[in-house]
Design a protein around this ligand. Sequence first.
Ligand SMILES: *Cc1c(COP(=O)(O)O)cnc(C)c1O
Ligand code: SF4
Length: 334
Amino acid sequence: MIHRTDPAWQVLSWQQQLADAFTDPESLIRYLELEIALLPAARSAHRKFNMLVPRWFAGRMEKGNPDDPLLRQVLPLGDELELKDDFLLDPVCDLEQAPVPGLLHKYHGRVLLITTGGCAINCRYCFRRHYPYTDSTIGGERLSAVLAYLKQNPDISEVILSGGDPLMLPDHRLAELGASLETIPHIRRLRLHTRLPVVLPNRVTPQLVHWLATTKLQTVVVLHANHARELSHRHRLALAPLIASGVTLLNQSVLLKGVNDNLQRLCDLSEQLISVGVLPYYIHQLDKVAGASHFEVADAAALNLHRQMSARLPGYLVPRLVREQVGAPSKIPL
Ligand SMILES: *Cc1c(COP(=O)(O)O)cnc(C)c1O
Ligand code: SF4
């Protein structure tokens, strides 16, 4: 048996690491040497939306600190059970905007595909925490309807693979999907929205790099990190082959109370991103999803932080501060 402190554990495949993730609050609380008094509330919130935390990500948290900014993103809390009228189950009304199940066409020229419901980590603030994935992914039979829609709409030039997390799919499935998209002449760009390489950098496998390096489509990968400590030298090494293959790497984050709602942390995140080869793209105001109200940062405070960031950093390290607004033709700058 491979012991978790053994260097051999580092070479487990990403699938093995996923299978080995923390899935119950008690084991995470014990591993981090936190007060066991946190447990009853954690259990109640976990029943509404399962806790899921890869050990590698937990290994970057500070032991004994219940306010650790990485921990706060993933530990179920009693706060989640507090209901507020303006925090909804489907805050961005995605379910009403799918012309074909699993395909969202909200903005000009690009569509978003829900490739899978799975993620490597369950983020407590996730706006899809209540999403009925089983009815809404492009799996199996539905793919042909998606491809037909794309063929009929020649002004779509970009396809975004999202989810859940598209990198939960095995590499051969991604390559098959990519090959189908390549046959549609007006599709020029393929974008992936993923948090997986952040929480498990060895998800960037040679097969994934090969696919992205050889597809005819231009490729953009948008990562999701919220705090500088989520990124390390290990990520620089993992992402380097993607950069060498011509993939454009961007990051989006969510502005989260207690995680990154201060100037120093936001500046550190941008600096850390560029040091691993990634440019900041968006910082989102929280979508008002039921169970996440304790993460909310008021608009005035968000704008103030953004202004201060602009005064500190070069322009290319300042992400656009946006929010999702139902019915709008794009993400809306604050
Ligand atoms: C956010 C989003 C996009 C991407 O928007 P960009 O501004 O191009 O990054 C595309 N489609 C849907 C449905 C989205 O929610
Ligand atoms: S990885 Fe993304 S989709 Fe998955 S739970 Fe986190 S925020 Fe939601």
